[in-house]
Write a protein that binds this ligand. Sequence first.
Ligand SMILES: Cc1cc2nc3c(=O)[nH]c(=O)nc-3n(C[C@H](O)[C@H](O)[C@H](O)COP(=O)(O)O)c2cc1C
Length: 364
Amino acid sequence: MAGNTTGKIFAVTTFGSSHGRALGAVVDGCPAGLELKEEDIQIELNKRRPGTSKLTTPRDETDQVEILSGVFEGKTDGTPIAAVVYNKDADSSAYQNLINKPRPGHGDYCWISRYGTYDYRGGGRGSGRNTIGHVIGGTVAKKLLETLDIKVVAHVTQVGEVKANPVNINLIEEYSQNNAVRCADARAAEKMEEAILEAKSKGDSVGGVVETIVLGAPVGLGEPVFDKLDADLAKALMNIGSVKGVEIGFGFKVAESTGYGINDEFYMEKDEVRTTTNTSGGILGGMSNGMPILLRMAVKPTPSISMVQKTVDLEKMEDTEIQIKGRHDPCICPRVVPVAEAAVAMVMVDHMIRSGFINPCQIK
Ligand SMILES: Cc1cc2nc3c(=O)[nH]c(=O)nc-3n(C[C@H](O)[C@H](O)[C@H](O)COP(=O)(O)O)c2cc1C
């Protein structure tokens, strides 16, 4: 397979490109009986779309979704769910000066080298717009998880050097919706906003950290050798453009800890086995242990910046310079929040079906 499909049973194939006719996804393996309407997907897409605040690009992409198949009388019918978003606000003129001149930090050079051809308009299929497909698949996955009271919540914990203070895990979803940065710590959010606007004023960009949490996952999800839950989740997050690092639980901090320092000790909470701490991030031996699953990803600064940069002219094979004129976010973090939730939700559902927690044929 050519890498456009994710999942073994709950399999989501995405298609389309930034300035082509449309983008979308085909969601195969969703059980019948799940209530699903266009509005459900639209709500999630609206969180991802640009033009919603001064922190995002002014591109006014309305990203209206249309469900083409797989839903009968308001419920999934067990057949592939196809959903599409037609490109409406694509302005390709800003990309003319980029033909054969790969943008530093973007995938242009690798795409041209691999395929010999490249849709330079907006990054083609290498564009962040391709995450529309993730969000379509993720919405279906989130709705399936909701039937079992499982929630996937992502939020921004760092922008540049500004770090958020920890917030009660059950309040993160609510609090992070109160500001454009999507950070649950309101004070840090203000400083993050300043950092983003400062980068923007210089024609530069800034990166950050997005944390994704899964609440209510049962024990035993994931395959113990290959397809470990942590491996699949890390892959799903790394598959999002601009993500350069993933940590689970304590992540790289385990290297400087001791066994006694980080072993999560077990105890009984009423009739449930819990752990006193959660340095493992809810995953042990490749399987969920019933504690919240904690994932963090490092998001790099948006590669397309308006400062003059060195590049090469691949037609003349000589050094040159470019100045990128398109409309780009000064920070990807706020808009990648719904994408991270979608990526994680799709993996969770695939494993839930594989482990027998979700009936593959119909929702009871
Ligand atoms: C939601 C989202 C929006 C993005 N928006 C932009 C953008 O406006 N401009 C840009 O140059 N890159 C943007 N990116 C990042 C590029 O897609 C990404 O950096 C590029 O594909 C190179 O891949 P890599 O950074 O993973 O190596 C966005 C990524 C995501 C997930």
